[in-house]
Design a protein around this ligand. Structure first.
Ligand SMILES: *Cc1c(COP(=O)(O)O)cnc(C)c1O
Length: 425
């Protein structure tokens, strides 16, 4: 970590200077890192295998600027709500490269998706299928869809971020009587063009086994629906979930660790079943943006409970990063203005909310610190800004992007008046 500097330098930018310039708490996002990840996607997947596409799961971190960066890199986006569609539209994102997910899309959201010509609907259930067909008929448009399938695979991750098991709120269960009926219905619908299937096994995965197990099941399904209902699968979306490094304990793998076995399995099975290989789509979220982000805080009160622990208070916490409270997620951090000092204490980083669960990091090793020091928490790019709230009426932090050592404000800091602005009485 120590790079010969006193201050923590993140992708060429001095984080202490950023904290002084923009105030804290502050989200800092490296565009260089995002572009590096997009380049890896191109090299390990898009350029290596033909008939492939990649989309960024925008729920991880979505701003209009992010849409523009991803679009320039030739990558599509996943959305899961009307607000995400609207953001993409306002950013001028090519809507044919938008994939619309969600287990309970509302009528308004479906209409917005149709009006803006999103490229794919990933249909979660039969109610949605009928609704989409009816609403598309009103607008006289044929919508391209995939069915989301629950492959019945457990992934080795936290229960709340695992989605592929049988007992899941997402997707159509893999029961022939349900699924074949859905496929038949879709094929008969005038305003629906069924292209194939989607699955997403979970998040923050370090092993490729869940993807491979799900693929075995899906490829079998593709063969069966070809034979039994004469449906030819043109697209297969294998989801995201590729893991990143939050702490030293995490050992993320390169993208190729997932991609190559996935593509090999698909190729082998397609040859074995004598099928044309469908277009393959991946949709990483966290993997693109997670390590691109850090959050800067100012340290306040230091509370030493003798022989128990030392709490370090910071000027943010749960409202800007709910993941530790929500998933017991672990983070790592550094005291950004003391990078040249020895780590002599173990402390617990406490957020400022009125919740005992608002603890950001346990047992972080730090140098001798003082109020006013700057704490940088790493790998906060994904599911921090996008999950932020105004709990305790705390304004949300700004987002600063850095590229080639140059910083620019992308989202300004929220004000108290912003928080009150929707009150009508
Ligand atoms: C959240 C989500 C993703 C991305 O998950 P990551 O763990 O961020 O890669 C991909 N596909 C779907 C359908 C999702 O819901």
């Amino acid at each position: 970590m120590f790079n010969g500097e006193k201050n923590f330098i993140f992708h060429g930018s001095d984080t202490v200077k950023l904290a002084n310039k923009y105030g804290t708490p502050l989200y800092v996002v490296s565009e260089d890192h995002i572009i590096d990840r997009c380049t890896e996607i191109k090299e390990s997947f898009l350029n290596k295998y033909e008939n492939t596409r990649a989309v960024y799961a925008s729920k991880a971190f979505l701003t209009k600027e992010m849409c523009k960066i991803v679009s320039r890199e030739g990558i599509g986006i996943d959305v899961v709500s009307g607000g995400e569609i609207y953001t993409a539209m306002k950013a001028g994102f090519p809507m044919e490269n938008v994939i619309f997910h969600g287990n309970n899309k509302t009528i308004d959201e479906i209409e917005l998706g149709i009006e803006t010509n999103v490229g794919r609907f990933v249909v979660d259930n039969l109610y949605e299928l009928e609704l989409l067909n009816a609403l598309a008929a009103e607008k006289n448009k044929v919508m391209n869809i995939l069915f989301r399938i629950t492959p019945g695979v457990d992934s080795y991750t936290h229960e709340y971020i695992s989605t592929g098991q049988v007992d899941s709120k997402f997707g159509i269960p893999l029961k022939e009587e349900i699924l074949f009926e859905a496929i038949n219905m879709a094929m008969d619908m005038e305003y629906i063009n069924l292209l194939g299937f989607h699955f997403h096994v979970g998040s923050q995965l370090f092993e490729n086994t869940s993807h491979l197990m799900a693929l075995d099941i899906l490829l079998e399904l593709i063969r069966n629906v070809g034979e039994k209902v004469e449906f030819e699968t043109k697209e297969l979306n294998v989801g995201g979930g590729f893991g990143i490094r939050y702490t030293k304990e995490d050992n993320p793998k390169p993208l190729s660790y997932f991609i190559d076995p996935i593509m090999e399995r698909i190729q082998d099975k397609c040859e074995e079943f004598n099928l044309e290989r469908p277009k393959i789509i991946i949709e990483p979220g966290r993997w693109i943006i997670g390590e691109a982000g850090i959050t800067l805080y100012t340290i306040g009160g230091i509370k030493e409970i003798p022989n128990v622990r030392t709490y370090i208070g910071i000027d943010g916490g749960l409202p800007d990063n709910p993941r530790p409270a929500l998933y017991r997620a672990s983070y790592d951090g550094v005291v950004a203005n003391r990078m040249d000092e020895e780590l002599v204490n173990k402390v617990t980083i406490a957020g400022k909310c009125c919740e005992s669960g608002d603890i950001l990091i346990r047992d972080l090793e730090v140098p001798e610190i003082e109020p006013g020091d700057i704490l940088a928490v790493k790998s906060t790019g994904a599911y921090n800004y996008s999950m932020a709230s105004n709990y305790n009426m705390i304004p949300r932090p700004p987002v600063v992007m850095i590229k080639d050592g140059v910083d620019r404000l992308v989202i300004r800091r929220e004000t108290y008046d912003d928080i009150l602005s929707r009150e009508v009485i």
